[in-house]
Design a protein around this ligand. Structure first.
Ligand SMILES: *Cc1c(COP(=O)(O)O)cnc(C)c1O
Length: 394
């Protein structure tokens, strides 16, 4: 790519972070090494003092990992990226960097389950104050602000209810309070939503999902908007140690080459399926940000360039209705996780959220018949036919 030129996401997906190694390889080489040699004692000294660029030890940096970090940072319009061993490692690194005993964090209620649990167990134990709010209602964020608020943490669209939060409004509230806005952008990928452009300070991904897209790697990424935040988090990530390895970095980077194409197809397929489900007599409601019936459809239109591949819908017949669909799909795979080329289906009440009581589930808007679908890139009509025959068994 030409230096300084602005390219579209179609081109960036293919070229961002591309290697210019000494052998002029087209794909990024896998530097499968834990450590790097120094030319002599002075060279080692200069690297450690930061007076010369170079690699020392893979936990601190590695060319294959760095290529991926650069690719995602370019797609998010950020300063630099930090590749992490998982989405949870990314989230933990951000919290450990910016929260200390006595600090306060505001977090979306519709958030990935383990994010909620990480705050409510580990960080609560370390003396951090936590408020979970319905962040799709911007006033609830505003009302939760305290003098010691350091982070406003938003996941949008949120899991599994696909609640959408207005990111520009959230950024305004966070900055008024001298706090950072941190956004989990996993459901949208940088193709459909660019939180840093909307005022966020830090964005993170579970790369396990859309960025890698092939259900064969667990990984995470943090992208900082400023060099100061990048450097601060890099120091903490080096200490906590939750870094991604070179092989997994290579695989995710390879996946990103088709990210724009895949996201286009995920959106097209999900849109068709959401419309099909909305008129089905075994479906009570459909939650998809692209449908005019979605409560925050207008906000989604404002801040997303497409509505993604995730759909939640409520079938008739409660828990049994949900299980019937699970047991009868033939093409949709019965599995948790999301964002891969293959369509996955799961039933929160009997699976991911079965450990909660029914009351706790209902409080989180997870009703008995709620089904979560991660729409893949197969033929849309064949997916619709599969869902139709499974729904007809209720
Ligand atoms: C999966 C997921 C995570 C956690 O990522 P891992 O890679 O599984 O650690 C965080 N946020 C969201 C929205 C997710 O879907």
């Amino acid at each position: 790519m030409e230096k300084g030129k602005q390219y579209t996401d179609d081109t960036k997906s293919v070229h961002a972070g591309m290697s210019d190694d000494e052998h002029l390889s087209v794909s990024t080489p896998i530097y499968q090494t834990s450590t790097f040699k120094f030319k002599n004692a002075d060279h080692g000294a200069r690297l450690f003092q930061g007076r010369e660029d170079g690699y020392i030890y893979t936990r601190m940096g590695n060319p294959t990992i760095q290529a991926l970090e650069q690719a995602v940072a370019e797609l998010e319009n950020g300063y630099k990226g930090l590749a992490c061993a998982s989405g949870m490692a990314a989230i933990q690194t951000i919290f450990a960097t910016y929260l200390q005993a006595g600090d306060h964090i505001i977090c979306s209620e519709a958030v990935y389950g383990p994010t909620h649990t990480l705050l409510a167990t580990v960080f609560e134990k370390f003396g951090v104050e936590i408020s979970f709010v319905n962040s799709e209602n911007t006033r609830e964020i505003e009302q939760a602000v305290r003098p010691n608020t350091k982070i406003v943490y938003i996941e949008t669209p949120g899991n599994p209810t696909l609640a959408v939060t207005d990111l520009q409004a959230a950024a305004g509230i966070a900055h008024q309070a001298n706090a950072r806005l941190v956004v989990d952008n996993t459901f949208s990928s940088p193709i459909l939503q660019k939180p840093l452009n909307l005022g966020a300070d830090i964005v993170l991904h579970s790369m396990t999902k859309f960025l890698n897209g092939h259900a064969d790697v667990v990984g995470g990424m943090i992208v900082a908007k400023t060099s100061e935040d990048y450097k601060t988090m890099r120091k903490i990530l080096n200490l906590l140690g939750g870094v991604l390895g070179p092989m997994n970095s290579f695989l995710v980077h390879r996946g990103i080459k088709t990210l724009k194409m895949r996201m286009d197809r995920h959106c097209q397929n999900a849109n068709k399926i959401a419309e099909f489900l909305e008129q089905h007599n075994k479906v009570e409601r459909v939650l998809y940000p692209g449908l005019p019936s979605h409560p925050q459809h207008k906000v989604a239109q404002k801040q997303m360039s497409g509505f993604g591949g995730m759909i939640s819908f409520e079938v008739t017949g409660g828990v049994e209705g949900g299980k019937t669909v699970m047991n009868n799909v033939q093409l949709c795979q019965l599995a948790v996780s999301l964002g891969g080329v293959e369509t996955l289906i799961q039933h929160p009440a009997s699976m991911t959220h079965a450990i909660l009581s029914r009351e706790e589930r209902l409080e989180a808007n997870i009703t008995d018949g709620l089904v979560r679908l991660s729409v893949g890139v197969e033929d849309a009509q064949e997916l619709i036919d599969d869902l139709d025959q499974a729904l007809s068994k209720i």
